[in-house]
Design a protein around this ligand. Structure first.
Ligand SMILES: C[S@@+](CC[C@H](N)C(=O)[O-])C[C@H]1O[C@@H](n2cnc3c(N)ncnc32)[C@H](O)[C@@H]1O
Length: 312
């Protein structure tokens, strides 16, 4: 390959690979072989041998090798796009930003009604909701991509695209996004992360048990929980009680809302004591999870009315 036409000889290079080949038992050797081939070619053509190593901060080349077929890719992102760049402090058992964002998108939220997020942890769900409502794109929080280290990178094109993202940001007066958690640390971390994302004024934070979260009455908002589910944190017996309390809270304090619980433990979810109207599949790394949706009718009359409307 004419790597000298694609890469600067001053770029730091790293190689990643996906290998499914009987003769390979350690992918590191594959990475080193590919890296040597590229930097040696650059040295032959330009007399300079670029630096290389495992960091994904410069040029990233990816090798896909299955049986007798291998393909080499330029990875234009480097560090995964699933991280959105604002979360400098992860907290305990945080959701990956892209996962949190896609679960918010899977809800019925219209980006104007109240969005209530008890058990907010490091704030990821509430922050992603705030980003979506105010049209803030993850590209605003990241300043390094692998494509920037390629020879034909045009900084002016990039700056113009970035400016478009800045111009798209809008404020939504009266928007109510509430994030609460029982842990002081979690609330402090959430505030820092929201500050980095520029949405600290969009979210109201409060340290409290979830049952003391203020849910604005008379609205048809969203209430979204991501409780512990026994895989990484929390003891299952104690959690059974917490899930039952969450069910009571949804029934008694969240009338008119649509409730969501994101969990990887469907046995615990049964303790909520409400019938889920939708069960949306997600994977949290390798954990098979569900976003459970609950319609929390304002009252039996209201329920009758809605059913009548849906039949018409
Ligand atoms: C799985 S974590 C949430 C992670 C979050 N989605 C994130 O991305 O960072 C669950 C959170 O529930 C909180 N929590 C546990 N019991 C609680 C309770 N009774 N009331 C309020 N928060 C509680 C914990 O402090 C923890 O931060």
């Amino acid at each position: 390959m004419p790597w000298e036409n694609i890469l600067n000889n001053t770029s730091y290079i790293s190689v990643t690979c996906t290998v499914d080949q009987l003769t390979v038992n350690n992918e590191m050797f594959v990475n080193v072989k590919v890296k040597d081939a590229i930097v040696d070619k650059l040295r032959r053509e330009t007399s300079v041998r670029p630096d290389s190593g495992p960091d994904m901060t410069g040029v990233v080349i990816h090798l896909y090798w299955k049986d007798d077929r291998a393909e080499v890719f330029i990875d234009t992102s480097g560090e995964t796009l699933a991280k959105h760049g604002y979360r400098k402090i992860p907290g305990k058992a945080p959701m990956l930003e892209a996962l949190a964002a896609s679960t918010v998108m899977a809800t019925k939220w219209d980006r104007q009604a109240p969005f209530i997020n008890p058990m907010c942890g490091s704030g990821t769900v509430a922050i992603e909701a705030a980003l979506q409502a105010t049209n803030r794109r993850p590209g605003l929080y990241r300043s390094n991509y692998s494509f920037m280290h390629l020879k034909n990178f045009d900084v002016q094109v990039y700056q113009a695209e970035l400016q478009k993202l800045r111009d798209q940001v809008k404020e939504v007066p009266g928007l109510q996004i509430v994030a609460t958690d029982i842990s002081d640390d979690a609330i402090n971390i959430s505030k820092v992360n929201a500050g980095i994302a520029g949405v600290e004024n969009v979210i109201q934070f409060k340290r409290c048990d979830f049952a003391l979260t203020d849910v604005p009455e008379g609205k048809e908002g969203i209430i979204y929980f991501n409780p512990e589910y026994g895989e990484r944190l929390g003891d299952v017996k104690e959690l059974e009680e917490t899930y039952a309390r969450m069910g009571d809270f949804l029934k008694q304090k969240c009338k008119g809302y649509t409730g969501y619980i994101f969990t990887g433990n469907l046995d615990l979810a049964k303790k909520i004591g409400l019938k889920a109207r939708r069960r949306i599949e997600f994977y949290n790394a390798k954990i098979d999870c569900r976003l459970l949706e609950y319609e929390l009718y304002a009252g039996s009359k209201d329920k009758d009315r809605r059913e009548k409307v849906s039949q018409e």
